[in-house]
Design a protein around this ligand. Structure first.
Ligand code: SF4
Length: 461
């Protein structure tokens, strides 16, 4: 039997004091920023009175939070919409919304191909979602909210509103910067998320303080180029290292991560802060993207292999056990075999603990999409070769940890390893170990006893 969204009282009067009776489901693709946006969307929908459903079939409001960074997640979102078409046919009172990066740049196409969609909301307008759901219930008229705030002069006044009242949890994402000013030639993010804007430091500290009071022990500060944080703020320039030190002062907070730093913006004060501030974790995910200067220049990455190597050297001098991970793209337009060999050599040279490795995916309206493309079979073979090389490096690096001790923040039972607890070390290694579930949320010291591709098995000491 179909269920109906019910707002108690007259449906013609919108009143936030009246809650909506119904359930919601959010499907998320993409990066941590999208995961964080989905959490905000969930808070907005819960604030309307909706409760979470386990499947889209059981939900009256379904929101797709989409990703455009490669073609694959876009295809998945369109195929998911295809499945929702049938549900909406059976239950016309259902509300379907599309959010995220694909919504930002393909809103008209989404609606044209899926006329049953009720609203499309862009990356900077997540806070509008309550009004969009209410309007959809009341009027059934399609709406879109796609405004991307411009940077106004030198002062930022237009960062998104956020709901800060949320349930307590051990680890949380905190966005500190939106958009990106780097314009790498392969990347669609500057179009989907707009120009770089930083959140005022006071807002960030307020959010982290609230989280810590609710029991959060670890925060991950999010930004597309997180270490370029702090330009164009009303309060004046705030270097990222200064923000890290301010966040570390929040009572109750024990660990701070950040992702992703941009190599060119990695300054000495940040390296000193990672070394000196105990709350800042010894992990750095710094995208390299390619191991050849010609490729880096065509990608419009604003650094060279040697300047990247210099930062890695300084980081490892300052914090010898730092965990280093990266992102790599293979098959970038015009990539020659010798350029690809340069990338393989860079992986051997830098000995990353792990890497996200992808085949280049042309994105519309980006300069790289107009360049002559690499044969797909060649690109696939290169990706397989790269993964093989990095897998070997990760296995060796994990094996070298056997016998070492790690401080782990216990997240709880491992979903993949029944009977074990799991948590991450300060250098962001996953560890599984036996122990009492009551340790959840505590920090324990463990010793690694065996190594795997995913991380380490350990025992509590
Ligand atoms: S730094 Fe480059 S790859 Fe990263 S979000 Fe900005 S434009 Fe995209």
């Amino acid at each position: 039997m179909s269920q109906t969204l019910i707002r108690p009282g007259s449906l013609s009067v919108l009143d936030r004091s009246q809650k909506i009776n119904g359930t919601y489901y959010i499907q998320t693709w993409g990066c941590q920023m999208n995961e964080e946006d989905s959490e905000q969307i969930a808070l907005c929908l819960a604030d309307l009175g909706l409760t979470q459903a386990a499947t889209p079939k059981q939900a009256q409001v379904v929101v797709l939070n989409t990703c455009s960074v490669r073609k694959k997640p876009e295809d998945k979102a369109f195929s998911f919409l295809g499945e929702l078409r049938e549900l909406k046919r059976a239950r016309p009172d259902m509300v379907i919304g599309v959010a995220g990066c694909m919504a930002q740049i393909r809103a008209d196409e989404i609606r044209r191909r899926n006329p049953f969609v009720d609203f499309v909301v862009g990356t900077a307008q997540v806070a509008q979602i309550q009004g969009l759901v209410e309007d959809a219930i009341q009027t059934r008229k399609f709406q879109k909210r796609l405004e991307l705030p411009e940077r106004k002069g030198t002062v930022v006044t237009d960062v998104p509103q956020r709901l800060l009242e949320r349930p307590g949890k051990l680890k949380a994402f905190v966005p500190i910067q939106y958009g990106c000013d780097k314009f790498c030639s392969f990347c669609i993010v500057p179009s989907t998320r707009g120009r770089e804007r930083s959140r005022p430091t006071a807002h960030i500290i307020e959010e982290v303080t609230k989280l810590a009071a609710l029991g959060t022990k670890e925060v991950t500060l999010l930004g597309q180029t997180v270490n370029s944080y702090g330009k164009n703020l009303a309060e004046g320039r705030v270097p990222f290292a200064q923000l890290l030190r301010a966040v570390a002062e929040v009572p109750g907070l024990e660990r701070i991560r950040y992702t992703s730093p941009y190599p060119r913006d990695f300054k000495r004060d940040l390296i000193d802060t990672i070394r000196d501030v105990p709350e800042v974790m010894e992990h750095c995910h710094m995208p390299l993207q390619a191991g050849d200067d010609g490729l880096l220049a065509r990608m419009k990455r604003l650094y060279t292999l040697e300047s990247y190597a210099e930062i890695v050297g300084h980081l490892r001098d300052a914090v010898p056990d730092i965990g280093l991970t990266t992102d790599i793209i293979v098959g970038f337009p015009g990539e020659t075999d010798s350029e690809f060999q340069g990338t393989l050599a860079a992986m051997e040279r830098f000995q990353f603990d792990g890497a996200y490795m992808f085949k280049y995916s042309p994105r519309p309206n980006t300069p790289a999409a107009e360049l002559p493309q690499v044969d797909q079979k060649v690109a696939e073979n290169r990706l397989a070769e790269l993964i093989k090389v990095q897998t070997e490096i990760t296995l060796q690096r994990n094996e070298a940890q056997i016998g070492k001790s790690f401080e782990v923040l216990v997240e709880g039972p491992s979903p993949k390893d029944r009977g074990s607890l799991q948590g991450y070390s300060r250098c962001f290694r996953m560890l599984h170990f036996c122990g009492d579930e009551k340790l959840q949320g505590e920090k324990v010291t463990v010793e690694a006893v065996s190594s795997h591709l995913w991380g380490l098995r350990a025992k509590i000491v």
